[in-house]
Design a protein. Structure first.
Length: 218
């Protein structure tokens, strides 16, 4: 995580969940994250292809020059990137994973800035993680942000964080540390294809990304 906004939300979420996979939605106190509310959102996981904004912060909406509440977040991407985000959000809902995504935000004039998105599971209706809290954090505040809407945001990096183990991203021939803390993907787009994901010893597909068990089982 590179941006203070994502670090702030992740630290707050980690404090809330304690030893659990994820906290409950009702435990989130907006007052405790007041400084980043404008960058924060909550998604409703309707199904594997629909993750609607239930709440969307003012700065997030301003970046797209429109109200995002009620819209499907997957509509912000297309092609392989959309597939990757859909698979990633499914891993969050089904497995309690968390994720950090790096994107390049482009407006209609093809002006661009890097940005970071964080996705964290929330429990709703028992043990299901049908809510996702997250934030949107541009690395700069150019004059055009909020004037010319963002129209595309290709993925440039992705990091998965599993709730109960320390997985790793395995490059060919690479050695992982004994106690890695993150499953990391930071690849050029040309290297995405044909990769699989593993979690808890069972193969899982996270679109064109691969995650391997890092060895911690407790």
């Amino acid at each position: 995580m590179k941006h203070q906004t994502t670090k702030t939300l992740y630290d707050y979420w980690t404090q809330l969940r304690g030893e659990r996979v994820a906290p409950f939605r009702h435990e989130v106190d907006p007052g405790s994250i007041r400084s980043i509310l404008g960058d924060t959102f909550i998604l409703d996981a309707v199904d594997r292809k629909t993750y609607n904004f239930r709440l969307a912060g003012t700065r997030l909406c301003a970046a797209y020059c429109r109200e995002l509440k009620g819209r499907n977040i997957l509509d912000l991407w297309s092609g392989k990137d959309r597939e990757a985000i859909a698979s990633l959000l499914s891993a969050i809902v089904e497995d309690g994973a968390a994720a950090v995504i790096g994107v390049t935000l482009h407006n209609e004039r093809d002006q661009s800035i890097p940005a970071e998105l964080l996705f964290l599971p929330l429990r709703q209706n028992g043990d299901r993680h049908t809510r996702i809290i997250g934030c949107f954090a541009p690395h700069d505040q150019p004059y055009w942000l909020g004037i010319h809407p963002a129209v595309r945001q290709p993925i440039v990096s992705l990091r998965l964080i599993w709730p109960d183990e320390a997985p790793r991203f395995l490059y060919t021939g690479a050695e992982a540390p004994a106690e890695p803390q993150f499953a990391t993907v930071a690849l050029e787009r040309s290297r995405y294809a044909g990769i699989h994901a593993h979690h808890g010893g069972a193969a899982k597909r996270v679109a064109h990304l691969t995650v391997y068990n890092g060895g911690r089982t407790n």
